[in-house]
Write a protein that binds this ligand. Structure first.
Ligand code: ATP
Ligand code: MG
Length: 371
């Protein structure tokens, strides 16, 4: 049974096929010679053709010789190992629709030479585009941060010193006001200190880092403070190799994500934070400005069951100063994006009411200390 067809002539039961047809992602199976062995309804839309046409044509009719998707499929047919690639160009004279997709190709154990292909049109490619924007947003803050450090911190220390002198000479009412001045100046200094991180353009010192020990540390910090009443579920892949990273900075990243999740779930009944790790050997992204692909097989996710991120905030939440909190600085996620970018990794977010997931992809340790 194929795509939108209703007959069941090839022994495939109706339920899984109708499930596959319900998915918004094109899924198809290609045989050893590039012939289509199965295609769901979304694949029919993707190839802009009918099932009958797909049955009678081979993949090379739809995609040109040099198509990266064909190369990927052939690679999986030859190696019998799954491969995932982001931002693959599928533009073709025969198809006027989607041109960039994320491709997941897996061999079919029971049918040697056949592979199953799942396409995700837009999502990750779009997110990567956003990720690059986050990096440039973080960079625009760089100059500002350096300027603030000089132009604000120095006068602030003068103001603070003067307030302390007045405090010594004043009565109780005056002291309440001078304390207000010192507390507020301290708050501004803390804010400027946080921003100073953005002006640090030095390459990151990276070592082999055990991501589970980072998560353990973040969890114990969180449990002793803002996550005291929140259930934390850990789903870890114990066989995961070391991450190539800076331990302190990775703690900062995960702490910011966990803190955001806990803040948004504060007071919620059955608040639950889920931390996961996984090893995804086929995961890679295109290196900026070259055709080289960087392997990012280590996946870490931070998930909460809070209300979700409003749609209009999702596109710019990684920019500095974007916040929905009265006392928030809006620097948490900007810093996360900068650090992950400095590490050559990728961060993306999927959010809906009841499920917000921040996903980080990172490189493994290769023996080189700096980027
Ligand atoms: N897990 C989440 N669920 C819902 N909204 C979130 C989540 N994480 C972040 N946000 C939204 O994104 C905004 C920006 O987050 P970010 O960490 O950059 O700043 P902040 O938390 O407001 O302030 P700061 O981190 O500087 O204290 C938050 O104000 C919040 O509205
Ligand atoms: Mg935050």
């Amino acid at each position: 049974m194929w795509g939108r067809e209703t007959d069941q002539d090839d022994g495939v039961s109706a339920l899984p096929v109708s499930m596959l047809n319900a998915l918004p992602h094109p899924i198809f199976m290609v045989g050893p010679h590039g012939d289509f062995e199965f295609a769901n309804a979304s694949a029919e839309d993707f190839f802009q053709t009918s099932i009958a046409m797909l049955k009678s044509r081979r993949l090379d009719w739809f995609l040109p010789d040099a198509s990266p998707m064909r190369t990927l499929i052939e690679q999986v047919q030859a190696s019998a190992r799954p491969v995932n690639e982001y931002q693959v160009d599928v533009s073709s004279p025969r198809m006027t629709g989607a041109s960039w997709v994320d491709v997941y190709v897996s061999p079919v154990a029971e049918k040697p030479g056949s592979v199953v292909v799942l396409l995700q049109v837009r999502s990750m490619a779009e997110k990567l585009g956003r990720q690059l924007t986050h990096r440039s947003a973080a960079r625009t803050v760089t100059g500002l941060a350096a300027m603030l450090a000089h132009e604000i911190k120095n006068p602030l220390s003068g103001i603070r010193g003067a307030a302390q002198l007045l405090e010594a000479a004043g009565n109780e009412d005056d002291r309440a006001l001078t304390r207000l001045i010192t507390d507020e100046t301290d708050r501004i200094v803390r804010l400027v200190d946080r921003m100073e991180v953005f002006s640090d353009e030095r390459p990151v010192e990276r070592d082999p880092v055990n991501i589970h020990s980072v998560l353990e540390h973040v969890k114990s910090l969180a449990k002793s403070g803002f996550a005291r009443d929140i259930e934390i579920v850990e789903l870890y892949d114990p066989s995961i190799p070391k991450v190539m990273g800076n331990r302190d900075q990775l703690i900062q990243v995960l702490l910011n994500l966990v803190k955001n999740a806990c803040e948004i779930m504060a007071g919620q009944s059955q608040a639950c934070l889920t931390l996961t790790t996984a090893f995804r050997p086929g995961m890679s992204v295109a290196a900026q400005g070259s055709s080289e692909r960087i392997s990012l097989p280590i996946e870490v996710t931070v998930q909460d069951n809070g209300p979700g991120i409003p749609d209009d905030m999702q596109s710019d939440m990684f920019d500095p100063f974007v916040t929905s909190k009265t006392n928030g600085s809006g620097l948490g996620l900007a810093l996360v994006a900068k650090i992950i970018g400095d590490h050559g990794g990728v961060i993306s977010c999927d959010s809906a009411p009841g499920a917000t997931v921040f996903k980080i992809l990172m490189p493994t340790w290769t023996g080189r200390k700096e980027i």
